[in-house]
Design a protein around this ligand. Structure first.
Ligand SMILES: Cc1ncc(COP(=O)(O)O)c(C=O)c1O
Length: 443
């Protein structure tokens, strides 16, 4: 079980905002905040939350979560999430939200793209793209490298887009020459692709895709589904010419689930502003959200729908770690590559084959592995869980029963002192040997 104290101080929130108040502590603190000497051991009589601070907070012991999202989060992030309730229009909260808008640009290496940080999950990013950037009847090309390509295409069709799909063979990404041919045969408003398809662990060449679209069809927008890649794979939005990056809080960004995060280039915003037909969604409408994002960034509050205040505090803590602390973003990407190489090498030594057919298309934040012939999820995953390591089963409809997935993103990779990767490798080795022995599998 994990049990650790925080290794660094809670990052100072913007403009002196502090995670203290006189209200009762949230339940997530109960097990870890030391009660006052004479306090009875009941929730209601615990000392007020002002006694809670980062030096006494550590999260409860738990199994190591190494699925490809949600991932482990740091004590700092969890503690920030336990912020006492705040008004979403409070002067203390406004700069925290504003900082998040500014810092997510840094993560994506963009100077002027427009972030949208909204309550929701990654899926809401597809709705935002479909409802704001595409008008009913317009052509969209989806580069489909797995389960999440199917879903993005489905979402686009729901809003009336005319969708063509280029399907990569299982375990592969769409080849750039096929993209070029498709772009030459038809005018597309938008090309979408899944940077890392979480169902297969396939990594697409974001830079290469954007380069082909820019060269062959300069007016076509490029949208990158980065739910399983932001902060674990490098994304140079401005330099590569990506128009939309959509993601969620619970993977590389290291925050609990609940935030839809989308960043749109100025080119995409112009396309949005010049659309002829009304936006085809209410909640996902940028007409509603753009004034809100602009207000918070410029230091005032505005209301369309209540933002997830506590998650924004958690996001702020995580973005601070990502952009203002060591290791740098470049070092983080290198650490993800290193951890990924370790997991993949260990798996290979155990005789496990990867789903991605070529190391060039294998993600750095996760590993997808075929079960040896004769084994299935029920033989291996409970044995790993018995060793306090939680991995994920297969997801892609074609081969769901035949493989499993390990996530290696965020703090599990960046903070080597935790020993998470060692623990995963050791547990895999033991569990696999045990599973094989139980099924008389020799492969
Ligand atoms: C690549 C990718 N896109 C989109 C999604 C959908 O995100 P969510 O489950 O947060 O709605 C996921 C979820 O895992 C994903 O991995």
């Amino acid at each position: 079980m994990l049990s650790r104290s925080s290794s660094s101080l809670f990052p100072v929130l913007a403009h002196g905002t502090r995670a203290v108040s006189s209200s009762s502590p949230p339940s997530s603190l109960i097990r870890t905040v030391r009660p006052l000497r004479h306090s009875p051991p009941s929730y209601h009589h615990l000392r007020p939350a002002r006694s809670a601070n980062m030096s006494t907070f550590k999260q409860a012991p738990h199994k190591l979560l190494v699925i490809p999202g949600p991932i482990e989060v740091t004590d700092e992030v969890l503690f920030a999430n336990a912020h006492p309730s705040m008004s979403h229009v409070s002067p203390d909260f406004i700069p925290v939200f504003g900082d998040c808008i500014r810092m997510i640009r840094e993560v994506l290496f963009t100077a002027d793209a427009q972030p949208f940080i909204i309550s929701g999950s990654g899926t809401l990013g597809w709705d935002q793209v479909s409802a704001n950037l595409v008008e009913p009847g317009e052509n969209v090309l989806v580069l489909n490298s797995g389960y999440f390509g199917d879903s993005f295409a489905d979402c686009l069709r729901t809003y009336g887009a005319v969708v063509d799909e280029l399907h990569a063979p299982f375990g592969s990404a769409v080849e750039l020459p096929a993209l070029e041919t498709a772009l030459k045969s038809k005018q597309y408003k938008l090309v979408t692709f899944t940077h890392v398809d979480t169902s297969t662990g396939v990594l697409s060449d974001a830079k290469g895709i954007a380069e082909v679209v820019r060269r062959v069809s300069p007016n076509t927008l490029v949208a990158l589904d980065g739910v399983c890649s932001v902060a674990s794979e490098e994304i140079q939005m401005d330099a590569w010419g990506i128009d939309v990056v959509l993601t969620a809080s619970q993977k590389g960004l290291g925050v609990p689930p609940g935030l839809s995060i989308l960043v749109a280039s100025q080119k995409a915003m112009k396309v949005f502003e010049e659309r002829k037909s009304p936006v085809t969604s209410y909640y996902a409408s940028w007409k509603k959200w753009l004034p809100i994002m602009r207000a918070y960034e410029s230091g005032s509050a505005a209301y369309f729908a209540t933002p997830p205040v506590n998650l924004i505090y958690a996001f702020h803590a995580s973005l601070t770690q990502l952009t203002k602390r060591s290791p740098s973003l470049a070092e983080r990407f290198a650490l993800h590559r290193e951890a990924s190489a370790r997991v993949k090498k260990a798996a290979e030594e155990l005789g496990l084959r990867q789903l991605p057919v070529d190391p060039k298309v294998a993600a750095n934040g996760m590993t997808a592995l075929w079960f040896p012939e004769g084994l299935k999820a029920a033989d291996l995953l409970p044995r790993l869980a018995g060793r306090d390591v939680v991995v994920a089963a297969g997801l892609h409809k074609d081969n769901k029963e035949k493989y499993f997935r390990i996530g290696h993103m965020g703090v599990s990779v960046v903070d080597k002192s935790r020993g998470d990767i060692d623990k995963v490798i050791a547990a895999l080795k033991e569990s696999l040997a045990e599973a094989k022995a139980s099924k008389n599998v020799n492969a």
